[in-house]
Write a protein that binds this ligand. Structure first.
Ligand SMILES: Nc1ncnc2c1ncn2[C@@H]1O[C@H](COP(=O)(O)OP(=O)(O)OP(=O)(O)O)[C@@H](O)[C@H]1O
Ligand SMILES: [Mg+2]
Length: 187
């Protein structure tokens, strides 16, 4: 964790807008893959079944690396790899819920077609499930399928090769609570 510049938290409670506006935005910097996994482990502390996390960022940005940290903290012992070709990987947590890790990069770039493709493998129903924790890489491809209350995490390269700037936006009160827990662990 960067000790020089702390996480930055902004809130928009009560904002009036026609476009969905995140209730809370938390910005963090990571300087290594291990630090990104550690952020994932701390993020997992506030997660509950039904949470959807949309992951954005270019190839190699660190989306799967973040998922590895989340999975480890949820007690998932198996190796977590990118479902780039399988589209969906499922893990069972010791607490009894599933962690579903989807990758939609290979779906059509046209959102309407991507949505139809996603429906053929049941991603729409998975995203409506209140029983699972669902993480979706390249979530912009299936944006219309995301529930209103979701956490959007964007990873962007920094100035140094191993640097990433991570912006987490909570769309909805339940996701805002997840960020509140993460933010309190940064204090
Ligand atoms: N700060 C960092 N955070 C995350 N990964 C990092 C960082 N610095 C270096 N890396 C490296 O970058 C790579 C990230 O790969 P990862 O599979 O997580 O990317 P991805 O965003 O899931 O890509 P894809 O879109 O192909 O699925 C790994 O090799 C990791 O070790
Ligand atoms: Mg990946």
């Amino acid at each position: 964790m960067n000790t020089e510049v702390g996480p930055e938290l902004t809130t928009n409670w009560g904002a009036a807008a026609t476009e969905p506006v995140p209730l809370v935005v938390l910005s963090l910097d990571s300087h290594s893959a291990e630090e990104t996994r550690a952020i994932g482990r701390r993020l997992a502390a506030g997660l509950f079944p039904g949470q959807v996390i949309a992951l954005q960022g270019t190839l190699g940005a660190g989306k799967t690396t973040l998922v590895q940290g989340i999975a480890a903290a949820l007690g998932i012992s198996g190796r977590v790899t990118s479902p780039t070709f399988t589209l969906v990987n499922e893990y069972r947590s010791p607490a009894g819920f599933r962690l579903i890790h989807a990758h939609t990069y290979r779906l059509d770039e046209d959102r309407a077609l991507a949505q139809l493709e996603a429906e053929t493998f049941g991603l729409d129903e998975t995203l409506e499930s209140s029983r699972d924790v669902v993480l979706v890489e390249w979530a912009e491809r299936v944006a219309p399928l995301l529930p209103a209350d979701h956490l959007l995490i964007r990873l962007e390269p920094g100035l140094e090769p191993d640097e990433r700037s991570i912006t987490m936006s909570a769309f909805g009160p339940r996701s805002a609570e997840v960020l509140a827990v993460l933010n309190s662990s940064c204090a």
